[in-house]
Design a protein around this ligand. Structure first.
Ligand code: DC
Length: 205
């Protein structure tokens, strides 16, 4: 099988990287993979099943019962958790509150990275996340690293959330984004960091 092309887009939460990745994948005819959705789906499962996230044995056991796939639907490339479309639930605030803690667990990362590598073996991909250019595909063909100020990101996210959650404030979202950026970039296992050979894009719109 010919070597596949991998485009890695990493960066802080809600920086617009998924919009960019989706558009790029569409233009090139590549598969878009939202790796944040995978960590969000695991988090949703942990919350729904009240898994003790501090207990490594129950985390490992639970991971055996989770399958995560992407399928093309009217919503675009859609995340399925154990064959159920969870695209909507994984974007809610409860999952957002917990996803950074869950994605810092080494066993969770090992499973997700292995799935992501399999996807990148099969197809030409545009993959967005936090560790794609550093850990998942250190030899990616193109690497971008996106940064954008937290308030600006929060204002954009508020516009997306306000209809489904009218009580939500920009302040609450800023706090959540800053907390996640902090956990994501200071965790021990594969923290969010710009790969040396990635191109930095700073978004101010
Ligand atoms: O891209 P996102 O905001 O939907 O990602 C949700 C969380 O998942 C983010 O706070 C950190 C984690 N994540 C990760 O640790 N590694 C990735 N490759 C993608 C996401």
């Amino acid at each position: 099988m010919a070597k596949k092309i991998r485009i890695a887009i990493d960066g802080v939460s809600s920086s617009g990287k998924s919009t960019m990745a989706k558009q790029l994948a569409k233009t090139l005819g590549f598969i878009y993979i939202d790796t944040g959705a995978m960590y969000r789906a695991v988090t949703l499962f942990f919350l729904q099943n009240q898994v003790d996230m501090e207990n490594p044995d129950s985390v490992v056991k639970t991971l055996e019962n989770i399958t995560i796939t992407f399928q093309q639907t009217d919503q675009g490339n859609t995340c399925f958790l154990n064959d159920i479309n969870v695209e909507k639930e994984i974007r809610g605030m409860e999952v957002s509150q917990w996803v950074s803690q869950v994605s810092a667990i080494p066993a969770v990362r090992r499973k997700m990275v292995s799935l992501q590598r399999e996807m990148g073996e099969k197809d030409n991909v545009v993959m967005d996340g936090r560790d794609i250019g550093t850990i998942v595909f250190p030899d990616a063909d193109v690497k971008l690293y996106i940064h954008s100020p937290a308030r600006l990101r929060a204002e954009r996210r508020w516009l997306e959330l306000k209809d489904s959650n009218p009580a939500i404030t920009v302040e609450e979202i800023v706090n959540n984004l800053e907390m996640r950026d902090h956990i994501d970039s200071t965790r021990e296992d594969s923290p969010l960091v710009k790969a040396e050979d990635a191109t930095l894009l700073t978004i101010r719109i």
